[in-house]
Ligand binder design. Structure first.
Ligand code: ATR
Length: 284
């Protein structure tokens, strides 16, 4: 069904910088069309120092929902009237919902990853997880693993102190065993279940980079998840696959975080058949 823009069209969008390569508008505009909803989703590049004005302007213009991406997921938090408890734990917001009094902040990144893992029969509960990286994306992943009652979280990061801060933050909310290692201590890792790669290493155009070269590492676990979706198979996933490990890239997380945002904005649950339909249109 073709969307018609008219006087009743509601606007959704994405704020961030850079945003030129985003595929969120494609996902959301297909969704609006499949659900026959009168919405349009647009990318809004927000220059450094303009975030306050962007949020105020969006509110004044009645923009019903916004996704927030790099570098504003943390900065945006003090411009909201309310933040969900889980987004507060993560310390980042990627979805804003309009209300008459201001925007409410949500984090659908973690739940997007969770949906992708569930869809691929990957179980966090009772699993021993290794998280590679301790940046913004790792925060959402760590908090999700703890919330879903994993058995143990080991964080591997170049800057050990950042890993320790993340581990402490997780333990502030959840009673889970944590361990932190530097990238140079990978040999010390004991067998575990799932490795989740959260750094930008291996992302296009630097597709030959891999955060972990140590070949022994790939003999210690059986599921590898990379949050990167471009390329579809990073060096990290390539190496894992060579070792018989089941692999999953970040496309599902991106897809489902968008779906979850759309559900938040519209107070709806999007059914499996619509999801399949949107996914098919997206990949064709
Ligand atoms: P994001 O919000 O996308 O997670 P980020 O907050 O900049 O991005 O975090 C990037 C992560 O990738 C960090 O864990 C970073 O390690 P440091 O904490 O040591 O900075 C890691 N990272 C990025 N480039 C790296 C590189 N070349 N080698 C090792 N780690 C790297």
């Amino acid at each position: 069904m073709r969307q018609k823009i008219n006087g009743e069209t509601k606007v959704l969008g994405l704020i961030g910088n850079p945003i030129e390569h985003t595929i969120s508008p494609i996902i959301h505009n297909i969704l609006a069309s499949k659900l026959d909803m009168n919405y349009v989703y647009l990318p809004f590049k927000v220059e450094n120092g303009m975030l306050d004005k962007a949020i105020e302007g969006a509110r004044a213009l009645n923009i019903k929902g916004l996704n927030v991406t790099v570098p504003y997921k943390e900065q945006v938090m003090d411009k909201l009237i309310e933040i969900t408890p889980f987004a507060k734990q993560i310390g980042a917001v990627n979805t804003l919902k309009f209300t008459d009094n201001g925007y409410i902040g949500y984090n659908t990144d973690a739940d997007g990853l969770n949906a992708s893992l569930i869809k691929n029969s990957i179980k966090l509960k009772d699993s021993k997880i290794v998280i590679i990286g301790a940046g913004g994306a790792a925060k959402a992943v760590g908090m999700l693993c703890a919330r879903e009652k994993c058995k143990k979280i080991t964080i591997i990061n170049r800057t050990v102190i950042k890993g320790q801060i993340l581990a402490n933050n997780i333990r502030q909310y959840y009673n889970v065993e944590t361990k932190v290692l530097g990238l140079d201590e990978i040999g010390k890792i004991e067998p575990f279940d799932i490795a989740i790669q959260t750094t930008p290493i291996g992302m296009s155009p630097k597709v030959h980079d891999n955060p972990i070269d140590d070949t022994d590492f790939y003999k210690k676990f059986h599921i590898a998840v990379d949050l990167i979706y471009n390329p579809t198979k990073t060096e990290f996933l390539e190496e894992a696959e060579k070792n018989g490990i089941k692999i999953l890239n970040g496309f599902g997380m991106l897809f489902y975080q968008g779906i979850k945002a759309y559900e938040v904005w519209n107070d709806i649950i999007i059914t499996e058949d619509i999801l399949e339909d949107v996914m098919n249109e997206l990949i064709n």
